[in-house]
Design a protein around this ligand. Sequence first.
Ligand SMILES: NC(=O)C1=CN([C@@H]2O[C@H](COP(=O)(O)OP(=O)(O)OC[C@H]3O[C@@H](n4cnc5c(N)ncnc54)[C@H](O)[C@@H]3O)[C@@H](O)[C@H]2O)C=CC1
Ligand SMILES: Nc1nc(O)c(N)c(N[C@@H]2O[C@H](COP(=O)(O)O)[C@@H](O)[C@H]2O)n1
Length: 224
Amino acid sequence: MHVVVNAAMSADGKLSSRQRDQIAISGEADFARVDRLRADSDAVVVGVGTVLADDPHLTVKDEQLCHQRLERGEPEQPARVVIDSKGRTPDDAAILDDAATTYVCLSETAPIDRRMELANRAELVTAGDDRVALLRAFAALQEQGLEQLMVEGGGELIFSLFEVGLVDELRVFVGPKLIGGRDAPTLADGGGFIDEFPLLGLERVERLDDGVLLCWTVDSYSSH
Ligand SMILES: NC(=O)C1=CN([C@@H]2O[C@H](COP(=O)(O)OP(=O)(O)OC[C@H]3O[C@@H](n4cnc5c(N)ncnc54)[C@H](O)[C@@H]3O)[C@@H](O)[C@H]2O)C=CC1
Ligand SMILES: Nc1nc(O)c(N)c(N[C@@H]2O[C@H](COP(=O)(O)O)[C@@H](O)[C@H]2O)n1
């Protein structure tokens, strides 16, 4: 399995506003790049915080890219995955429509009524007692043939994926906006690292729209 985390952050490192409203940080060229990355992926993954805040659709928008997927013998759209311990994904969430297969990864604490509703619209994966156990959930996704995963956010999920060592690449678009706010989501929230920090290797820097795309590999974890 290969996991690429992709996100757009403001010049001050925020993913969205303190009200968690979705902010267009990317420009046209970066959104087109994200669409190509989705098209090259077997699945696009988000946390339930992102579903509740943004109601994303997570589909490939460019019809030609969809056509190329079909020509390669792949489903027209990559699968969508939501990491959702308690089954909080709303029944009318865009991610649950029939445009693509959707997997909802739950923990044992997800109430039975939520499981039954979600099972009508998605494939369910259960891993973990309280929160979703990401290593087990991703192993279950791999068993379904999902090898190339793209994670779009948000900050809580991205931190947790780094914490368990699941991230192979990080691609960050840094856009020409300043958002501010100590409680606004950042690229990696969660509890934060205090002694061992993921070390990144810079692979590529590209000027895009009025910002910069940074592509990193995750090399190792080191203490300071
Ligand atoms: N600028 C960008 O590229 C993007 C921005 N966003 C923004 O990020 C914000 C949402 O991010 P967050 O609130 O951090 O939510 P999130 O999308 O990271 O979801 C976190 C939630 O996932 C669930 N979860 C279950 N198991 C988990 C585990 N093992 N580790 C972590 N989470 C687990 C928990 O309910 C947790 O609260 C929104 O404001 C959205 O607009 C989201 C995606 C991309
Ligand atoms: N790459 C990127 N750039 C931005 O400026 C953004 N605001 C986001 N947000 C994320 O994009 C997803 C929306 O997907 P759909 O267009 O609904 O398919 C969602 O995950 C947002 O949080 N991304």
